[in-house]
Design a protein around this ligand. Structure first.
Ligand SMILES: Cc1cc2nc3c(=O)[nH]c(=O)nc-3n(C[C@H](O)[C@H](O)[C@H](O)COP(=O)(O)OP(=O)(O)OC[C@H]3O[C@@H](n4cnc5c(N)ncnc54)[C@H](O)[C@@H]3O)c2cc1C
Length: 364
């Protein structure tokens, strides 16, 4: 039997803004599993289509939401249905399962925790309290997730729209604000106004911010969103702090404004977060007014997000093995070299990927 390299096989989704339809093949691209073993997987999932629709300025593709809402539209003929194992019932795994089960495949989840939802999950303690993994904020540019929620019929009732402001609570209780409300005027003007008016920065810092942002790739995004995104991807190797200082930014701005934002995005400060991570979201803020609008769940993510997903999956025949941590996966191949029999060992350390086109899954 061949052995998949578990440690090197991570299907990572770094934010809730998941591209539910494209991410399975894309994520596989990064994995050892895909490169070496899963030509079958690539052949059974249609490649992500080039989505033609875009927003009114043609800068940013917003038709992903419709795509996520409507699904792939693929229905597999009876003889071509696959038995698919998905390791990890986090949001990415479950949304993948939604499209695959909708297409007619037989889905089986293996989830190490006793509950679904991964990092955005919640559970009920013995006193009936809903305990969340952490507070979750939904940016207005989570087009894919919102599309998925519309498909489930929960977008309106599960998310609560907040005022179009971002608050900073300072040591000692002082409050600063980025106020994006500008009488209906949208991005990027409302964002510039928010920075110009904020109490969070003094005048010297505002000037330093203006210079740094005016010479950043975000400006290019106003006319060429994809080009700006490529510039930003190229900044993955340096920290936001290094990039910020290279643009003439000052430490005071990092302390007062950018560190809190970095912590909110990635639980680390500007010295450690990549410039790519920070600039990606600013890029979206610059071209789409709704990107900086925040929503929060009406209540616990399990009630308002996961239960409807699980119901959708179960209606389509999916099954769940909770409390089932996968330790190892070995497989046999058919005469064409494609995996046809997989043995899943349960225990210890983590992995996250999808097994596709299996005629047999054995659990040990
Ligand atoms: C405290 C906190 C706050 C956050 N706040 C926000 C926010 O405000 N906005 C935002 O956009 N994002 C936020 N995030 C990030 C967001 O929660 C994640 O990006 C998202 O939930 C990741 O989903 P995922 O499905 O890719 O991965 P995960 O949620 O990590 O799912 C992976 C699943 O795989 C399972 N698994 C792993 N190994 C195995 C194994 N060997 N066998 C079986 N199962 C296995 C895990 O138990 C888990 O359920 C936050 C995250 C945290 C922790």
């Amino acid at each position: 039997m061949a052995r998949f390299n578990i440690a090197a096989t991570i299907l990572a989704l770094t934010s809730l803004s998941l591209n539910s339809h494209a991410f399975a093949p894309n994520a596989f691209r990064a994995s050892t599993l895909q490169q070496e073993k899963s030509s079958v997987a690539m052949s059974v999932i249609a490649p992500p289509e080039k989505i033609a629709g875009s927003d009114r300025l043609g800068l940013l593709d917003t038709s992903k939401s419709t795509r996520a809402e409507k699904g792939t539209g693929i229905k597999v003929p009876e003889g071509q249905k696959l038995r698919i194992g998905i390791v990890g019932a986090g949001l990415a795994g479950m949304v993948t399962g939604m499209d695959l089960s909708e297409a007619g495949h037989e889905i089986e989840f293996f989830e190490s925790r006793d509950f679904v939802g991964g990092k955005v999950s919640s559970w009920v303690d013995k006193d009936g309290n809903h305990i969340e993994m952490g507070l979750h904020v939904f940016f207005g540019c989570y087009y894919n997730l919102f599309g998925i929620m519309r498909r489930l019929g929960i977008f309106e009732k599960s998310l609560r729209l907040k005022e179009h402001t971002h608050m900073f609570i300072n040591k000692g209780g002082g409050v600063g604000m980025l106020d994006f409300r500008l009488g209906g005027i949208g991005a990027p003007i409302n964002g510039l106004a928010a920075f110009a008016r904020t109490e969070q920065l003094d005048i010297v810092s505002k000037i330093s911010n203006a210079i740094a942002l005016a010479t950043s790739p975000v400006v290019r995004a106003l006319v060429d969103f994809d080009g700006a995104m490529q510039d930003i991807r190229n900044l993955d190797g340096i920290s936001f702090t290094d990039w910020w200082f290279s643009k003439g930014g000052n430490r005071e701005s990092l302390n007062r404004m950018w560190d809190p934002i970095a912590y909110a995005l990635g639980f680390i400060d500007c010295d450690n977060i990549s410039a790519r991570c920070m600039l990606t979201i600013f890029n979206l803020f610059a071209v789409r007014s709704e990107a900086s609008v925040l929503r929060m769940c009406e209540g616990s993510p399990n009630t308002y997000l996961h239960e409807p997903i699980v119901e959708y999956l179960k209606e389509r025949g999916a099954s769940f093995n909770l409390g089932t941590r996968i330790q190892d996966i070995v497989h046999e191949v058919d005469e064409e070299g494609k995996p046809n029999k997989v043995k899943v060992s349960i225990n210890s350390y983590g992995l996250y990927f999808i097994l596709i086109n299996l005629t047999k899954i054995q659990i040990h």
